[in-house]
Design a protein around this ligand. Structure first.
Ligand code: AP5
Length: 220
């Protein structure tokens, strides 16, 4: 069995990071840190963090490093026990990648692998305009490929299904541009350290998942 570690799931918007993450959590029991989800909850709760992040998230720009980095640092520091970490949506900039590299070592869970879901823009656009999410538990659906059994209602918890504000086509295009301009460089940071597992993000969910799960080894 591997020791404590951090795994990053990386890729453009709509690559399927959250979808793969839900399976990894189920099978490996990771402590899950998804910065997009943390920010959306803060916005919904109208907290101070939410008010600082709102304008950026709604327009598809990156929330500044000085806002996002402390959230992740604090979560890693505060996590008790021996669980490994799964990071989704973080890092997105080189300063974030550098911070994670050091913080993960400090808490005894070094970054072991970066799963890169390489997914073309046209696939992403198609998926995100059809994506829906549960307001209560965050479960992700797709009206075409993974619809809920009952329209508008979450299969798992019965919560209401909604469309994310940043999933409108124009905002998705901005998010894709931001990925190209600001986030793609992070891949090189991890390639230089030999940590990248590249997966074709356009493959069916279970096919990608089988490769990812196998590469992470024994279920913990
Ligand atoms: P975030 O929430 O991280 O969004 P994202 O990276 O744009 O990714 P998504 O959640 O849109 O997509 P996903 O890859 O998880 O795809 P999913 O599995 O849902 O960030 C949102 C915003 O927060 C950012 O724009 C920014 O403003 C801010 N932010 C967050 N982190 C930040 C940071 N570190 N620094 C600065 N700002 C930050 O799948 C998509 C759809 O496709 C679903 O409908 C799903 O059912 C379907 N699907 C998935 N996989 C497949 C498949 N293989 N085949 C067919 N359909 C599939």
């Amino acid at each position: 069995m591997s020791g404590r570690r951090s795994i990053v799931i990386f890729g453009p918007p709509g690559a399927g990071k959250g979808t793969q993450a839900s399976r990894l959590i189920r099978d490996f029991g990771f402590e899950y840190i998804a910065t997009g989800e943390i920010l959306r909850q803060a916005i919904a709760g109208d907290t101070e963090l939410g008010r600082r992040a709102k304008g950026y998230v709604e327009t598809g720009s990156l929330v500044p490093d000085e806002v996002v980095i402390p959230i992740v640092e604090e979560r890693m520091r505060a996590t008790r026990g021996n669980r490994s970490f799964l990071l989704d949506g973080f890092p997105r900039t080189i300063p974030q990648a550098e911070m994670l590299f050091e913080a993960a070592k400090r808490v005894g869970a070094p970054v072991e692998k970066v799963v890169y879901l390489n997914t073309p823009d046209e696939v992403v656009l198609e998926r995100l305009t059809q994506r829906r999410q549960c307001r209560l538990c965050g479960a992700v659906y797709n009206l075409v490929t993974m619809p809920p059994k009952e329209s508008g209602k979450c299969d798992g918890c019965g919560g209401r299904i909604y469309q994310r504000d940043d999933d409108k086509e124009e905002t998705v295009r901005t998010r894709l541009k931001v990925f190209e301009a600001q986030t793609r460089d992070v891949m090189q940071f991890y390639r230089d350290r030999g940590l990248v597992l590249e997966i074709d993000g356009a493959l069916p969910v279970e096919q990608s998942y089988a490769t990812i799960a196998e590469s992470l080894g024994e279920v913990q």
